[in-house]
Design a protein. Structure first.
Lengths: 77, 349
């Protein structure tokens, strides 16, 4: 889905947990997330810390959308 | 011993009736063989006899699927065929679909072997490879001479009940059917052998060809995020309570578009996950873990992003075919573009 949306010229950041799959399929902007059952946050940290983590990840996602890339790029912390 | 009775199916062109201008002709049957039937008869040999050739115009068949099939089956019945051959259709799409459709119908109705032949790109291959043996042919009738012996060979095997060998050997399109068998060498040994060949730069034969994924040029980055319209798309299977669109838990055949107007966050009272590929306990409790609406709304208020779209697109990622995902992506992208979205966050579990 990422690639087909990007084909229209829309920048997409794939915020996903299983990065190798995203790399294989061919997403250009990839941001690794926390875990399969909770990609954007961590319930074990409690509500507030989980939300902060989510905020931090989405911030980095937006940064990725603002970053020029020449090919597939995994945005590690 | 009496000969095996064969009925052959041809379109208006191969039946030597006419070209496009005759594509509307209705089903008819004639005694004996016509046109390429000669090559088929020669390839099958003296134990077989083409007793009749049934003909139908490609347009008539395509526009009257039900009627064409039932009429053709009626025409064939009095001949009591023991074998049915359609085409081959090479790369002709309408003809390929007609051949596949009628061969499958004959096989079902009369319980006799039915086969056809097509070029790999003929849409009939994708449609019927699971139901029928489709011999691999060239993309034009210039390949008739090579195609008929392959068709005849497989037909004879089916009649005799001989073992049908793998696609590459018996010359038919891969059917997507997996057959288990015992190899005399263990998998681990075969894997090491293959690895050694690879390392030495020798030629090796993969046991399982990997699909090819193309690449898309990276889209231009957002220059000013405070002016961007951001939308969320997800493969996490998040849907409204009750799953109104009945999105599947695996191998999704559809996606949904769900309204979040006026919502500051995702609430478990409004949304659930129906994804069958991960433990949904956490996301059921807090769907923001997959659809980060809470933080994006804050960012919208703060002006970090220009605007957040008031909906998200959703489907289930697990088991969903690449083909379907491409279709979803193409349609979703089209809608996002039409809505003035300029940046997308796609979340996956």
């Amino acid at each position: 889905m990422v690639k087909e949306i990007e084909r229209y010229g829309l920048p997409v950041v794939h915020m996903c947990t299983i990065v190798p799959i995203s790399l294989t399929i061919g997403a250009n902007r990839i941001l690794p997330t926390v875990a399969i059952p909770y990609p954007l946050g961590d319930p074990h940290l409690g509500e507030e810390k989980s939300k902060n983590l989510r905020r931090h990840l989405v911030e980095r996602g937006l940064d990725a959308l603002q970053t020029e890339v020449s090919g597939q790029t995994v945005f590690e912390e | 011993m009496s000969k095996i009775k064969v009925v052959h199916y041809l379109n208006q062109f191969f039946a030597q009736i006419g070209g496009e201008e005759m594509a509307d002709i209705e089903p008819e049957i004639r005694e004996g063989l016509i046109g390429p039937g000669l090559a088929l008869q020669q390839a099958l040999g003296a134990d077989y006899e083409i007793v009749a050739t049934v003909i139908c115009g490609d347009n008539y068949f395509g526009s009257n699927l039900e009627e064409a099939q039932s009429r053709i089956l009626e025409l064939i019945k009095p001949y009591s065929p023991q074998l049915f051959i359609a085409g081959p259709a090479f790369n002709a799409g309408r003809y390929g679909v007609a051949c596949g459709t009628i061969a499958a119908a004959v096989e079902k109705e009369f319980g006799i072997p039915a086969l056809t032949g097509m070029y790999v790109e003929n849409p009939g291959v994708e449609m019927f490879k699971k139901d029928l043996y489709i011999i691999e042919t060239a993309n034009s009738a210039a390949g008739m001479r090579k195609a008929m012996p392959k068709i005849a060979n497989l037909a004879q095997k089916l009649i005799k009940g001989d073992e049908i060998l793998p696609p590459a050997v018996d010359g038919y399109h891969e059917r997507g059917i997996r057959v288990n068998y015992f190899h005399d060498q263990r998998g681990s040994a075969r894997a090491v052998d293959m690895l050694l060949q690879k390392v030495k730069g020798e030629e090796y034969q993969t046991e399982y060809p990997m699909p090819y994924f193309d690449r898309v040029p990276p889209a231009t980055p957002i220059a000013d995020m405070s002016k961007a319209k951001v939308a969320i798309v997800s493969s996490g299977g998040i849907v409204p309570v009750g799953n109104p669109d009945r999105i599947e838990s695996s191998s999704a055949t559809k996606f949904g578009k769900y309204d979040v107007t006026g919502m500051d966050r995702m609430s478990k009272d409004d949304f659930i996950s129906i994804h069958g590929g991960y433990d949904t306990a956490y996301i059921l409790e807090d769907p923001n873990l997959a659809i980060p609406l809470d933080v994006l709304r804050e960012m919208e208020k703060e002006g970090r992003i220009g605007e957040l779209a008031n909906y998200f697109y959703s489907t289930t990622g697990t088991g969903t075919s690449v083909g379907n995902a491409e279709v979803f992506g193409t349609e979703i992208g089209k809608q996002l573009l039409a809505d003035g979205v300029t940046a997308v966050i796609l979340t996956s579990t």
